[in-house]
Design a protein around this ligand. Structure first.
Ligand code: GLN
Length: 549
């Protein structure tokens, strides 16, 4: 029988519901259970693909090409279970399904209402593939009390009624603030939050309480009494040095035991937490450190490049090294001297991005890394800008650029040589896909996992130790393969290409300690217990460089 765990949040947002869900998934796996983690988001966008990273943080892409919430990245990093399209849903998608059906006539004669039509659609989503797992963990985005979250709360209430006793539990994450002036921990916000939940028919089985430190027994008893939750089901979630300490910390607080108790399952044996002990030891006791410059556009919001930051940490784990990532707004280089900023870093990474703003600064960072032989990692737009730099400065095409920045893809008109062009045709699993500039923007990029063939004896084939790879993509534009010759004449090689040989997937410079650009997003597949080979090798190169500076 599949068991469902619903995770809701209260009091304030940003308490780490996604991380808590992910860490619980890892703990259940450590006890030998099969899990799948899901996110239900109340916003009206069909998916977060059309939102700015400033608004919503990174868009996480799955192998099967869905643009999803960044929490799915946490889920994958903690459980290693590859997320699917069916693990992320929003109100927008639910309503769009319901309205499609209404137009098709599937509900002929009926008045379409939130209850039952919208709630039915949510319930159907929750149970997709339930037979494949022991536990389905479903996180509800937002905070209890939000108007837009109501259909989701109502749907999970109905769902638990229909599934019957023992198949669903509710875990609520709240804040227990410490009031400095009175020197007290306050339980009232949690009491109110639970009251709010109860008013819509949901009774929490477990309370996970965020606080600076471990919550003392007295406060736990008080919470248990006022919130009608067993006191051993009140779990402290206190601040940790690293997010990867969370599975061990939650185990010490008996979260996994509380979950099994709530389902009346007797814990059979101790969980195997060895991978988390190794990760935690590596993170907390590194032997060295390196400073990496990340030159991008969305540097003001940490979540915008979440997977990159995590993948760098994983690269550090692989080398027993602490990675200090510093985020630099690329526009700075358009006004100030690049070398002054970048010379004190052991490596430079230019991540993905969209639009013209800051592009020239990224090009300058790539030039600095190429000329000064500093390790350089260009990801997606980062690779494209490294190619523009090389074609302009080595290939002597001074007005080389990307079509993305100019008319008809933007309002700006300029005479450029589009060496990065809008991809209008490609092959996806044997089928031809076509795109036009006039197509809708949502979900129309080249998305999801695609294979690439690696050139033998190239740096990347040694790093991956494989002749071919599969990596996740999210882009509309592409390096024009016709510039291969110019680039090769100038020391670059196209070390990874699509199976049909038409799309450059990886570029590298042979005579450089580490200069690699990739059209895909390797960061999306890195895990703390299995760092991505490119990130592991990049940090290794940065370590070597740090011994030189
Ligand atoms: N804007 C670029 C494109 O669409 C790069 C996208 C990215 O970096 N993810 O091709």
């Amino acid at each position: 029988m599949t068991r469902f765990i619903f995770i809701t949040g209260g009091v304030v947002s940003s308490l780490g519901k996604g991380l808590t869900t992910a860490a619980l998934g890892a703990l259940l796996q450590a006890r030998g259970y099969k899990v799948r983690l899901r996110k239900l988001d109340p916003y009206l966008n069909v998916d977060p693909g059309t939102m700015s990273p400033f608004e919503h943080g990174e868009v996480f892409v799955t192998d099967d090409g869905a643009e999803t919430d960044l929490d799915l990245g946490h889920y994958e990093r903690f459980t290693g279970v590859a997320a699917k399209k069916t693990d992320s849903i929003s109100s927008g998608k639910i309503y769009s399904n319901v309205l499609d059906k209404e137009r098709k006539g599937d509900y002929l004669g009926k008045t379409i209402q939130v209850i039952p039509h919208v709630t039915d659609e949510i319930k159907k989503f929750i149970e997709i593939g339930e037979d494949e797992v022991d536990f389905m963990l479903c996180e509800i985005g937002g905070t209890v009390g939000d108007i837009e979250g109501l259909p989701f709360f109502e749907a999970i209430r109905q769902f638990s009624q229909e599934k019957g006793v023992g198949s669903c539990i509710f875990m609520h994450l709240t804040l227990v603030p410490f009031i400095q002036t009175s020197g007290e921990l306050k339980t009232k916000p949690t009491q109110h939050s639970v009251k709010e939940l109860r008013s819509i028919g949901l009774t929490p089985d477990i309370l996970v309480c965020r606080a600076k430190e471990r919550i003392p027994e007295d406060e736990k008893k008080k919470l248990a009494l006022f919130c009608n939750v067993k006191s051993d089901a009140i779990i402290s979630a206190y601040d940790l040095k690293s997010i990867y300490d969370a599975p061990l910390a939650f185990h010490r607080e008996f979260l996994d035991v509380a979950v099994l108790n709530a389902f009346q399952i007797k814990p059979s044996k101790k969980p195997d937490l060895s991978i988390w002990k190794d990760v935690s030891k590596n993170i907390n006791f590194p032997e060295g450190e390196v400073r990496i410059a990340i030159v991008g556009k969305y540097t003001k919001l940490g979540d915008a490049y979440k997977s990159i930051a995590e993948a760098l940490t994983h690269g550090g784990i692989a080398n027993n090294t602490k990675v200090i990532a510093e985020w630099i707004d690329s526009e700075i280089f358009e006004k100030e001297n690049t070398a002054a900023y970048l010379q004190n870093f052991s490596a430079i990474l230019v991540p993905g991005g969209f639009g013209e703003r800051g592009a020239e600064g990224k090009i300058m960072a790539a030039k600095f890394a190429r000329e000064k032989k500093v390790p350089f990692f260009g990801i997606c737009l980062g690779m494209q800008m490294a190619v523009v730099e090389a074609i302009r400065n080595l290939g002597e095409i001074k007005n080389a650029s990307s079509e993305e920045f100019y008319y008809p893809y933007s309002d700006v008109k300029k005479d450029i040589v589009p060496i990065i062009f809008h991809l209008e045709k490609w092959i996806d699993k044997g089928k031809i896909v076509t795109r036009k500039v006039t197509d809708y923007k949502g979900g129309t990029m080249r998305l999801g996992a695609y294979d690439a063939l690696l050139k033998s004896n190239s740096k990347v084939s040694k790093i991956y130790n494989a002749p071919s790879i599969s990596e996740r993509h999210r882009h509309r534009f592409e390096v024009d393969i016709n510039y291969k010759e110019i680039l090769e004449k100038n020391g670059f090689i196209f070390s990874g290409v699509s199976p049909d040989g038409l799309l450059p997937e990886i570029i590298e410079i042979s005579d450089h300690p580490w200069f690699i650009g990739v059209q895909f997003h390797p960061e999306l597949k890195s895990k703390p217990f299995s760092p991505h080979p490119l990130f592991a090798d990049f940090i290794k190169a940065a370590l070597m460089q740090s011994r030189l500076v």
